[in-house]
Design a protein around this ligand. Structure first.
Ligand code: MLT
Length: 311
């Protein structure tokens, strides 16, 4: 009897294949290559992806025997979940696999934009010893506004409070008492924008959050604010941010995600006070192993017709 086919459409940790075990035929494709994806997905039982593969309605329609889409990560914004559900395809993810890793990257960006570490390093490697140019600001006693106090936002708040930051947050789904237990003051979004010295975004990408930190929001912030987005591109509007940086209404930004990825060219890259990384939020050995193993286990269960527990 032929084995069920699992298509790995992006580079995943080797632990993923180990965790799938010997019961499947494993195939590989470059999910970012649309033509390759649409032909490779046609006769597979499961597909494993990260963020570069768009499993949209067209891909699902092309998949004649697909039973599971497994996203080795938290976000599901590159999967058309309603289209999958309509076609009877199960969608699974690894919702806690990379939360520590993502939080650590956001903290790294906060520190980097405060102290100009990447810029100082790049300049020195270029033969320039520029100490005063890269003078930064302290984090201690500054206010960090966390927009989205979910799993990752909480981890960022805990870690940055160890730097002596005062933490405020906007999250309409969190009770003020719960936030207070964590030492976080819940405010309205406008209050967070107006009071913060640093703002870090930790929201999923939805029609409600797209452009949330846009022109209006960026007119409310302090001119000394530094903004970090390691969540999803487009939540901080890139055009509005570029204007705010240009006009000195924002003092710096740390960006790991972009509205369109891969993004190798952006007006934002022109600013020396912007630190940019190529969607590295989930990219650690540990997170990739956890995500790969978690989705491999879910795929095994789903293809065996067993219940897939929430992770
Ligand atoms: C996530 O949603 O967890 C990350 O974007 C995953 C990734 O980078 O692959």
């Amino acid at each position: 009897m032929s084995k069920p086919v699992v298509l790995i459409a992006e580079e995943l940790s080797p632990a993923t294949v180990d965790a799938l075990g010997p019961d499947f035929e494993i195939r590989h494709c470059d999910g970012a290559d649309r033509g390759e994806l649409l032909s490779a997905i046609a006769d597979v039982d499961a597909i494993l992806i990260r963020s570069a593969t768009k499993v949209d309605a067209e891909a699902i329609a092309a998949a004649r025997q697909l039973k599971v889409v497994a996203r080795a990560g938290v976000g599901l914004d590159n999967v058309d979940v309603p289209a999958a559900t309509k076609a009877g395809v199960m969608v699974v993810n690894a919702p806690t696999s990379n939360i520590v890793t993502a939080a650590e990257l956001a903290c790294g960006l906060i520190i980097s934009v405060a102290r100009n570490i990447p810029q100082g390093s790049a300049a020195l490697k270029n033969g320039e010893w520029k100490r005063s140019k890269y003078t930064g600001v302290e984090l201690s006693e500054k206010t960090l506004g966390v927009v989205g106090l979910g799993r990752i936002g909480v981890l960022v708040a805990q870690r940055m409070s160890a730097f002596g930051m005062n933490i405020v947050a906007y999250d309409p789904y969190v009770q003020p008492a719960r936030a207070a237990q964590m030492g976080v003051r819940l405010l309205t979004l406008d209050e967070v924008l107006e009071q913060s010295d640093f703002i870090t975004v930790h929201l999923p990408k939805t029609p409600e959050t797209l452009g949330l930190i846009g022109e209006d929001a960026l007119r409310r912030v302090k001119p000394t604010v530094r903004i970090v987005n390691a969540a999803r591109g487009g939540i901080v509007d890139e055009v509005a941010l570029a204007s705010a940086l240009k006009e000195g209404r924002v003092a710096g930004a740390g960006l790991d995600v972009f509205a369109k990825e891969p993004c190798t060219d952006s007006p934002l890259f022109e600013f020396d006070n912007v630190v940019a990384t190529p969607h590295l939020g989930a990219s650690t050995d540990e997170a990739q192993e956890k995500a790969g193993v978690a989705v491999a286990k879910s795929v095994r269960l789903a293809l065996a017709g067993e219940l897939v527990p929430d992770a």
